[in-house]
Ligand binder design. Sequence first.
Ligand SMILES: Nc1ncnc2c1ncn2[C@@H]1O[C@H](COP(=O)(O)OP(=O)(O)OP(=O)(O)O)[C@@H](O)[C@H]1O
Ligand SMILES: [Mg+2]
Length: 294
Amino acid sequence: MTTKIFSNLPPPGPPGETRLRVFSVTSGKGGVGKTSIVTNLAVAFAKMGRRVLIIDADLGLANVDILLGLTPAANIHSLLRGERRIEDILTEGPCGVRVLPASSGIYELTHLSAEQRISLLSHLDALEDRFDTVLIDTGAGIASNVMYFNAAAQEIIVVVTPENTSIADAYALIKVLTQNFGEKHFHVLLNMVQNEFEAINTFRKIERAAARFLNLSLNYSGFILRDENVRKAANAQKALVEEYPVTPASRSIRFVAEGLLASRLRTGMKGTPQFFWKRLLSEEQDAVIQGIPG
Ligand SMILES: Nc1ncnc2c1ncn2[C@@H]1O[C@H](COP(=O)(O)OP(=O)(O)OP(=O)(O)O)[C@@H](O)[C@H]1O
Ligand SMILES: [Mg+2]
């Protein structure tokens, strides 16, 4: 049974409030800024009063912990072996943002046994009323792990830069998510752009292809300017929006965060953390990755 000691968890939210938002942040091409965006959107959301959980679902090198200068004491492995409690594996970052290291080598969520899933689900149930915003940092491309998290999230944010390869790979990702997983709604977020004109121009290219070949309309979620301070903050292992709050990229991130909270792409989906965890850890979720290269 889960021990309900919540020293390392945010306080419970007001009873009966189910305004959970679950965003996966994904991309076709690697290196387009997903992890930078997840960490900074998380801090921006937290500053707007949201109780934020980051699920670090990417095994890549520059992960969320490193970007925020965190040193997780434990991972899912020690939770599943009964050595740690859920609150011990959540690491606390800036502004109270919590990070769940979801991928830890062999203990990826995609590879858990039925017993491990049930065990994890019972631990995660303890988080029921602790978070209202979940951001998932997925890997890039159409690998099974990426699809798994995108299919579980309520809302998918596709990050694109103005390069042609990024545009082509973003389109390919959207195509697979639409044709193989029935996803119909996508936020598209432009990163590393020189100005708004370049952002809209880039968005239009994907939008046109999606409308013509997939019969989809995409949601333009704004842009983040190319800004050397993003790299500087990462090197200093600080959140950009904290370290350089008035730099152009920080301003764009706040603007994007406000826009995302004001919009809602999908309706009719139950907005409780419990429902999300069940969806994430259901055996059905395995079906979504069938036939996709891992
Ligand atoms: N708006 C920006 N302006 C300038 N540099 C940026 C911006 N966004 C991200 N970067 C830089 O681009 C590089 C890649 O960013 P990041 O690691 O966040 O990408 P990613 O999509 O998570 O990569 P991966 O696919 O490898 O996980 C980093 O050096 C980061 O500092
Ligand atoms: Mg990354």
